[in-house]
Write a new protein. Structure first.
Length: 101
């Protein structure tokens, strides 16, 4: 298994704590995702998928290659009450494409 910076949840925490970055993504998502079907590849903790659902996306599919990180994203989605809109798939996007209808 490839070891990189994104395998550590600490890296995701640093990105989330970057308020300017997070808010810029949030604003862009709120301006573009209402009523859309959204695919987030490499969802990490799922924060951008959460934003898309909160912005009114019809459906969000979040894909994360690392199973432990995908589990974290599922917990975040469930904690925010958005499991009916956001589906988290673990695996590489090429491998889970058939799971998305």
């Amino acid at each position: 298994e490839e070891d990189n910076a994104y395998s550590c949840l600490g890296t995701h925490r640093e990105m989330l704590e970057d308020a300017a970055r997070t808010e810029a993504f949030r604003e862009a998502i709120f301006q573009t995702c209402k009523g859309k079907v959204v695919l987030e590849v490499g969802c990490g903790t799922g924060i951008l998928s959460i934003f898309a659902a909160q912005a009114g996306a019809a459906r969000v599919i979040a894909v994360e290659a690392r199973p432990e990180t995908a589990d974290c994203a599922r917990e975040v989605v469930e904690a925010n009450g958005l499991s009916d809109i956001v589906t988290v798939l673990d695996g590489y996007v090429e491998d889970v494409a058939e799971d998305v209808d």
